[in-house]
Design a protein around this ligand. Structure first.
Ligand code: 0O2
Length: 233
């Protein structure tokens, strides 16, 4: 008897171990996605309140992502930890990530303070790469916070890594990440020196923009609140 040919059986054959991890990944996805939404909503509300009080937005834009299964396994390997979903949940705090891009340096610390002070949040780690940049010039403020998520089985605390930085820091980090990714992580010394110098230049520009903002704020120009009855075209 001939067995009918099933092309799909040739497509991907996962090991039992990997298939189990994939199932587990889908199981935990819901709570990490929920945690991302909670944090993002909190930040949107802070931004809105700030806008009402100060007539400007400290948050320029936000991004979020859940770490891919590949990135999780690579990180566990790199850290020489057991490669399983249970180990990822236990040891990795950046499975859920929210990136907050602010206009000015002071906004970064203001947003971090206002978020950290909320009483349903606990801050479990702070990495201040703004006051203490990485050797390659990377600047950003990283908070790992725990937020409560309410699921059918009850309340669970979920860690979220919040990266807060200025537009300028984000510009540098995105380009540096792409360059390093394309070079497979191997960046020649002279180029990494040059990259660090550009990070320092960008930091100086951030400080000047902050100073310009502060001087403008001191002028206390009172623009009247306008009630727009008609769409501006
Ligand atoms: P992705 O793509 O964002 O998921 P570790 O992994 O232990 O070295 P740890 O303790 O998890 O680092 O956190 P750390 O160093 O506070 O932040 C890690 C994340 O910050 C990275 O995530 C990047 O998003 C970002 N980051 C840190 N250093 C750099 C850098 O030099 N350049 C750029 N462009 N980004 C950086 P992942 O997990 O690497 O990747």
């Amino acid at each position: 008897m001939s067995i009918p040919h099933d092309p799909s059986s040739e497509l991907i054959h996962f090991s039992e171990e990997f298939q189990y991890m994939l199932d587990e990944y889908f199981n935990i996805q819901c709570r990490y996605q929920a945690a991302i939404r909670q944090v993002q909503t909190k930040l949107e509300i802070l931004n809105l309140e700030f806008e009402t009080k100060h007539r400007r937005n400290p948050i320029h834009h936000m991004e979020n992502r859940m770490k891919t299964l590949q990135s999780i396994t690579e990180k566990l390997h790199r850290k020489k930890m057991e490669v399983s979903m249970a180990s990822a949940v236990e040891n990795l705090y950046d499975i859920a990530g929210v990136r907050v891009v602010c206009s000015y340096i002071q906004d970064v610390f203001e947003v971090a303070k206002l978020l950290s002070e909320q009483d349903d949040i606990s801050v479990i780690r702070v990495n201040d790469y703004i006051h203490h940049p990485k050797a390659n010039g990377y600047r950003s403020l990283h908070l790992v916070i725990e937020v409560p998520v309410f699921l059918a089985e009850g309340r669970t605390l979920v860690p979220v890594e919040v990266q807060i930085r200025t537009i300028a820091m984000d510009f540098w980090a995105s380009l540096e990440h792409n360059l390093r990714y394309k070079a497979d992580g191997i960046v020649p010394h002279d180029i990494s020196d040059e990259l660090r110098k550009t990070a320092d230049d960008i930091s100086a520009i951030d400080e000047r923009m902050q100073s310009i903002h502060d001087r403008m704020a001191k002028l206390d120009l009172k623009t009247p609140r306008q009630l727009s009855l008609f769409d501006e075209t």
